[in-house]
Every structure is written in structure tokens, then in C-alpha cells.
Write a protein that binds this ligand. Structure first.
Ligand code: PGA
Length: 255
């Protein structure tokens, strides 16, 4: 039986009222479904809404995550938030190296590596995002790009913490465009990622969750989630509409 992680990345959306409303719908929807050991549901609101959403999730089966963190515990880093600050709200996961952070905030693979290690040190599970741009896919460098993002991003990753690692493959050209990768592309790329993880971290990497992200929605979820080496989804746009997010969860339950 396959187990899935279905994660909502709310990005820079929702004020505190909207966040609570959305969280309420998701908590209720999840409580009326038999997710048992099949699906872990995770939502990642903006930092300003972590406290309020954390309260909504109390005693529920939905867990909380953040979208980014700094690698230091504290200090003169204006505007940043540290892993131990996230821990105050029981964040179980943190998204690291999302392509929007790489693209708009110049995050390098070296920086994602520091953040991955910092998150682990605070018992927060990192979701390391990797993905190629359209140009990179078209000029045939996809696998080189992904290899660099994994090799550098996972440098010195402790082998006894493999169970805490999640990878999200998110082709940049599929994010927010309404055009997801094809099933063939997903299967081929996830297999490459699986093999690369095993070569970096050893055989136990066969159990690492590899999520797909990029215009995942109720129309393509069943096919993509059924693919080999796809262990869940990182969902942006469709995670802001509770009915769509819950519909994706339903597909995950049914597989
Ligand atoms: P999308 O975003 O589902 O809106 O394409 C996914 C993501 O960026 O994590």
C-alpha cells in the first residue's frame, strides 16, 4: 500500500481570517475522510498565520509546516525567521529552496544546504525543492541541474536522518502555469531523482518521499499520484481552494 504526503503551499496568500477559514474547512474535510495510514495532510501558511492556524489544527490529523527558514537560531538577520521560532508552532516540516526563493531571492544550493541542516537540528523535516527551468529542460540540462541541487543541497546530510527528508520535484515551468509535467516526464524524472538519492545517501534513500509539484490539481492528481516514485504532492494554487485540495486528498486515498 502506498502512503502519500499531500502538502499545501499557500505561498504569500491569506490574511489571518482567510487562513483560519481555510484551515477550518481542511480540518473538517480531513476529519470526515478515512485517511488512516494512507495520507498525511500538511499545510504551510505564511509565517504571520502560523499561530492562528496552529490553534485550528489542535487535535486534528492535519499537520503544520512553514515555507522557509533561516539557518541561524537568532541574531541580526532582519526579516528572517529561524527554525526554533517555527518550532514554537509545532511546525513538523519546512519547505526549503522553493524555486521562487531561488529565482527571486537568489537562494543557491549552498544556502539550501545550510537550511536543510539547520531544520534537521531542530527536528523539523526539510522538504527540499528542486526543479529545472523551461530553458534548462529545452537545452537538455534537466538532469545536470537536478543532480547539482541534490548533491549540494544534501551535502553532509546525516544518514541516520534519512527518514526525515522529503524531496519535492517542481519543474519551474509547471508552477502556477496550469500546465503540469506529463506523466512520462514525471516518471522519468522521479526515477532519476530516486537513483541520485541512493547514490548520495545509500540504499535507504529508496524510502525517501519524493513529491511532485507544479499545477497539480484534481484533473491530473490521480494519474500523477499513481506514477512510480511519486509519494505525494506539493500543491500551490489548488491548496487555496479547500474543495480542490480535498479532492486531491481523495485521489490519494483511493490509490
Ligand atoms: P502550483 O504551485 O500548484 O500553483 O503550480 C506549486 C508550488 O509552487 O509549490
Amino acid at each position: 500500500m502506498k502512503k502519500f504526503l499531500i502538502a499545501g503551499n499557500w505561498k504569500m496568500n491569506t490574511n489571518v481570517y482567510e487562513a483560519v477559514e481555510l484551515a477550518k474547512h481542511i480540518v473538517h474535510g480531513v476529519s470526515t475522510r478515512n485517511i488512516a495510514d494512507k495520507v498525511q495532510v500538511l499545510i504551510c501558511p505564511p509565517n504571520t498565520n502560523l499561530d492562528a492556524v496552529h490553534r485550528e489544527l489542535k487535535d486534528s490529523k492535519t499537520i503544520l509546516g512553514a515555507q522557509n527558514c533561516h539557518y541561524e537560531d537568532k541574531g541580526a538577520f532582519t526579516g528572517e525567521v529561524s527554525p526554533n521560532m517555527l518550532k514554537q508552532f509545532d511546525c513538523e516540516y519546512v519547505i526549503i529552496g522553493h524555486s521562487e526563493r531561488r529565482q527571486y531571492f537568489n537562494e543557491t544550493s549552498e544556502l539550501t544546504n545550510k537550511k536543510v541542516i539547520a531544520a534537521l537540528n531542530h527536528e523539523i523535516k526539510p522538504i527540499l525543492c528542486i526543479g529545472e527551468s523551461l530553458e534548462q529542460r529545452q537545452n537538455g540540462s534537466t538532469f545536470n541541474v537536478l543532480a547539482e541541487q541534490l548533491e549540494v543541497g544534501l551535502k553532509n546530510y546525516p544518514k541516520d536522518k534519512i527518514a526525515n527528508l522529503v524531496i519535492a520535484y517542481e519543474p519551474v515551468w509547471a508552477i502556477g502555469t496550469g500546465v503540469s509535467a506529463t506523466t512520462e516526464q514525471v516518471v522519468e524524472t522521479h526515477l532519476f531523482i530516486r537513483e541520485k538519492l541512493c547514490s548520495i545517501l545509500g540504499d535507504n534513500a529508496k524510502d525517501i518521499f519524493i513529491l511532485y509539484g507544479g499545477s497539480l490539481n484534481p484533473n491530473n492528481a490521480q494519474e500523477i499520484l499513481s506514477s512510480n516514485n511519486v509519494d505525494g504532492g506539493l500543491i500551490g494554487g489548488a491548496s487555496l481552494k479547500h474543495d480542490q485540495f480535498l479532492a486531491i486528498i481523495d485521489y490519494a486515498i483511493s490509490i
